[in-house]
Design a protein around this ligand. Structure first.
Ligand SMILES: [Zn+2]
Length: 308
């Protein structure tokens, strides 16, 4: 649900905390599952709806109201193969147990909400990670944030990671077919993704070539720290392209669907443009430049307040 523009600033701040609160709620799956397959937080990696594109969810033919327990059979889980391929951590899920489903408040040892435990649980997380602002900002597209968050921590299940070792087949990068797929390779050492990356650097007016993924994250964390419009757009672009590359890589592996570099680039640009079209910013030289460069409507620039 989008935050209504007319909301008070306090209400907007509260609404923006929904993601934080949601990350503290976990469902322990039992035998009478009321748990929703897509929306509830029952798997360690977070709600599946955050980890898949709308296209993947639609093509799975698993409806939004699908209960998780529909996939249990004879005290075991039986998920469709394309689902386990998309979410390999499902293979590590404990078998269904005989206790009822239970919704737990993660910060409390009892599972019941407690303000003291919540504050204590949040405290260490407030130690800022230098890349926090790259991921958690108001410009980036919500569904791109999760894959980007995993990427900055090098936790995407690329072929070199242990959870993918059990999958048979070549370890070669499917995008370039020339070297092993390592996390650092995909973003952006791969000869397939590098030209896309170069184009976006030109478009966003920065140069970060010849950096490893980790070096790039450190570099961007330092250089894009200010909350300027220009920096916000760069963060939007990087999180979107990481999401697109990861999604297209998964489609090649699991659905044998190929997508050209130009198509990935066009989709990325279109997603960024649509996101910018939904925003309203103060008039400035940068805002006017963005209108021209991204072909945005004039409504992107908020009109000055009417004089009294
Ligand atoms: Zn490659």
């Amino acid at each position: 649900m989008n935050i209504p523009q007319a909301s008070s600033s306090n209400w907007k701040k509260l609404m923006q905390l929904r993601g934080v609160a949601r990350s503290m709620i976990r469902t322990r799956v039992g035998c009478d599952s009321q748990t929703f397959f897509w929306d509830n937080n029952w798997l360690q990696g977070g709600p599946l709806t955050f980890r898949a594109t709308p296209g993947f969810i639609r093509d799975s033919h698993i409806p939004a109201e699908q209960r998780l327990f529909a996939f249990s059979s004879n005290n075991n889980w039986e998920f469709p193969i394309e689902i386990t391929q998309q979410f390999p951590d499902l293979l590590l899920l404990d078998p269904p147990c005989n206790t009822p489903d239970k919704v737990e408040w993660i910060p409390s040892p009892t599972g019941i909400f407690s303000l003291t435990n919540t504050v204590a649980w949040l405290a260490p997380r407030h130690q800022p990670r230098p890349w926090n602002h790259l991921v958690w900002n108001s410009f980036s597209i919500p569904r791109c944030k999760f894959s980007f968050w995993l990427a900055v921590q090098r936790r995407l299940p690329t072929k070199d990671r242990r959870c993918m070792q059990s999958f048979p087949g070549s370890k070669l990068c499917l995008l370039c077919q020339s070297v092993d797929e390592l996390h650092d390779h995909l973003f952006f050492s791969c000869s397939f993704t590098r030209p896309i990356w170069s184009f976006l650097q030109l478009k966003c007016r920065f140069r970060a070539s010849n950096l490893s993924w980790e070096e790039f994250v450190n570099w961007a964390s330092n250089h894009w720290r200010g909350r300027t419009l220009q920096n916000s757009v760069k963060k939007l672009v990087i999180s979107t392209i990481v999401n697109r590359i990861w999604t297209k890589r998964n489609e090649r592996i699991f659905r044998q669907k190929r997508c050209s570099q130009s198509r990935i680039l066009k989709q990325t640009m279109e997603m960024v443009k649509q996101r910018l079209q939904s925003m309203r910013v103060k008039d400035s030289i940068t805002a006017r430049r963005l209108v021209l460069e991204w072909d945005l409507p004039q409504s992107f620039i908020r009109p000055p307040p009417e004089p009294d």
